[in-house]
Write a protein that binds this ligand. Sequence first.
Ligand code: ADP
Length: 191
Amino acid sequence: MRLIFMGPPGAGKGTQAKFVAEHFGVPAISTGDIFRANVTQGTELGIEAKRYMDAGEYVPDEVTNRMVRNRIDEPDAAGGFLLDGYPRTVAQVEELDGMIAFTGHRLDAVILLTADSDELVKRLLARAQTEGRADDTEDVIRRRQEVYLEQTAPLIDVYRDRGLLVEVDGLGEVDEVTKRIFTALAPVQES
Ligand code: ADP
């Protein structure tokens, strides 16, 4: 399976991505997690990415694309993967298309987790208190939502036009949402 998880910040992509990836036996690749790990380790990539992340801006495409390409080339991703937080720009979609075409495979589905923006801000502010993520302050949360609407929301139509989009309501209990995702993916698995 080659899957993409999309949705606004706070929609629960990371939480659900882990369950779904485990179910299909593929790695969940989260660009946000990889950037944060690099920040913690103080690598060159982390130092560069941190400036953007702390401001709620996207890390430049060249940097992100190179990182994802390297990750997808790892042996554990040869049989498939679930991408969480990538692609987020039209340029990243094109880059990913190239990476997948090169391996002779195709994308199976793009799962869009939806949630209304008041609920999203509420969840992210709550996460700020429990996880202490540097980019979960109110101003940065708002900026991340703007950037999502400007740069990532247009990708929804791109994947819908390709017949790959699977929309799932992200509101409700975590395991309820997980069930909805598996139900929505059942036709994809059969095809
Ligand atoms: P969110 O909870 O907002 O979905 P993530 O943990 O996925 O956040 O990502 C955190 C930050 O990492 C983003 O705000 C952005 O700065 C950077 N980032 C993650 N994925 C990408 C990407 N595909 N392109 C550019 N920047 C990214």
